[in-house]
Ligand binder design. Structure first.
Ligand code: PLP
Length: 395
């Protein structure tokens, strides 16, 4: 029975039945004209989800991490310097990846729970008079801490320093769920994955590149072969693929993009905010704190909750899984024992969110947390009740 429960992971997320079916079609010839036409259409239709008209999108077999590697190896050369902030597990992993690929990473540390430090970026960029920094890396939504950063402010930092570095943004846990404005923010490479906002199984990296990033590919000298974007981007023009694509996932992605566009991207973003608002109210009713330090940073796709002293967050997540068959996100890296995460990303209704809040309460009570059963549920109900919709979130 437990496999009927929704997951409250910040990825992989719940897969709607419509997408499950779309991903289970018969084998099709990926070299047929019909497939090529549908691929060209898909790669055009997906652009609004990234907030781009000028960019091109490549979709290929990998996960988000493969998308990062592809972004880096296609645009940079050995020894190039990149500027990155470290303020959570995913920004940390991106830095590791760059170092292992032979780049020089200028790291700015910020507390976990803070956003990308745009002001420190501005200073670092202004100090780089020789223009050695080739790219700036920013994680839009730090899934480990439940923090959404202001990418517009990162762009403003680059502009204020009049710096030509490329801007790479990890949108793995934001794109398809939170507002993302690739063109308006001047993002050069944006990376997403199929198992988050797109509500599909894991297996596709979805990478959008600006014309500047496209130009950088011609001179970049880091080795790449399977992940060479120049051959993969041809799919957007003539539907040709350099290798056998993951056809079922592409079928799912086509349907997923239809769903997002039919609902309307603004409505998708509003829905995420609405569900997140209820979860945050529940956490406040439990008397617990968020890892994100300020309301301006609160993520609408994942809430990272700091457990009371003397409690082990990992034990809570394991207990919820074993006793109730409900999955929450574990704490990662520097906040591993201190934080558990409620993912509210992708396919989730108010009723599903309430089940997740109620089960978290039971699991916490089982382990002796000082929370009152029903307190979080009631707080979220107040946010979700039809008559309450549109009332502002308490500060
Ligand atoms: N970046 C962020 C913000 C993520 O949340 C994740 C995964 O959770 C990744 C990157 C890595 O993606 P993947 O696990 O699909 O390789």
């Amino acid at each position: 029975m437990h496999d009927q429960n929704p997951v409250f992971l910040p990825g992989p997320t719940n897969i709607p039945e419509r997408l499950r079916q779309a991903m289970s079609g018969p084998s099709r010839d990926h070299r047929s004209p019909a497939f090529a036409r549908s691929l060209v259409q898909l790669l055009a239709d997906i652009k609004p989800v990234f907030g781009t008209e000028a960019g091109e999108v490549a979709v290929f077999t990998a996960s988000g991490t493969g998308g990062w590697e592809t972004a880096i190896t296609n645009t940079l050369s050995p020894g190039d310097r990149v500027l990155a902030a470290r303020h959570g597990m995913f920004s940390q992993r991106w830095i590791d990846l760059c170092e292992r690929l032979g780049l020089e990473v200028q790291v700015i540390d910020a507390p976990w729970g803070e956003g990308v430090p745009a002001e420190a970026f501005r200073e670092a960029l202004a100090a780089d008079r020789e223009r050695r920094i080739r790219a700036v890396l920013a994680v839009h939504n730090e899934t480990a801490t439940g923090v959404t950063s202001d990418i517009g402010a990162v762009r403003a930092a680059l502009d204020a320093a009049d710096h030509p570095a490329l801007l790479f943004v990890d949108g793995v846990s934001s794109i398809g769920a939170l507002p993302f404005h690739m063109d308006a923010w001047g993002v050069d490479v944006a990376v997403a994955g199929s198992q988050k906002g797109f509500m599909l199984s894991t297996g596709l990296a979805i990478v959008a590149v600006s014309p500047r990033a496209r130009a950088a590919m011609e001179t970049a000298r880091l080795p790449r072969c399977y992940f060479d974007l120049r051959s993969m981007l041809a799919a957007g023009r003539d539907g040709s693929y350099p290798y056998t694509p993951a056809v079922p996932l592409l079928d799912g992605l086509r349907e997923s993009v239809h769903m997002l566009l039919a609902e309307g991207l603004e409505q998708v973003h509003a829905r995420h905010r609405h569900i997140a608002n209820g979860v945050r109210r529940a956490v406040a009713a439990w008397g617990l704190e968020l890892c994100a330090r300020r309301p301006a940073l609160y993520s609408d796709t994942v809430t990272a909750i700091v457990v009371p002293r003397d409690f082990d967050a990992r034990a809570l997540v394991n207990h919820a899984s074993e006793a109730y068959g409900v999955s929450y996100g574990i704490g990662l890296g520097a906040v591993a024992e201190r934080v558990f995460r409620i993912g509210h990303l992708g396919h989730l209704t108010e009723a599903m969110a309430l089940a997740g809040i109620a089960t978290a309460e039971m699991a916490m009570r089982d382990l002796g947390y000082p929370v009152v059963l029903g307190s979080g549920v009631a707080a979220a109900q107040h946010a979700y009740q039809v008559r309450a919709r549109g009332t502002p979130e308490p500060a």
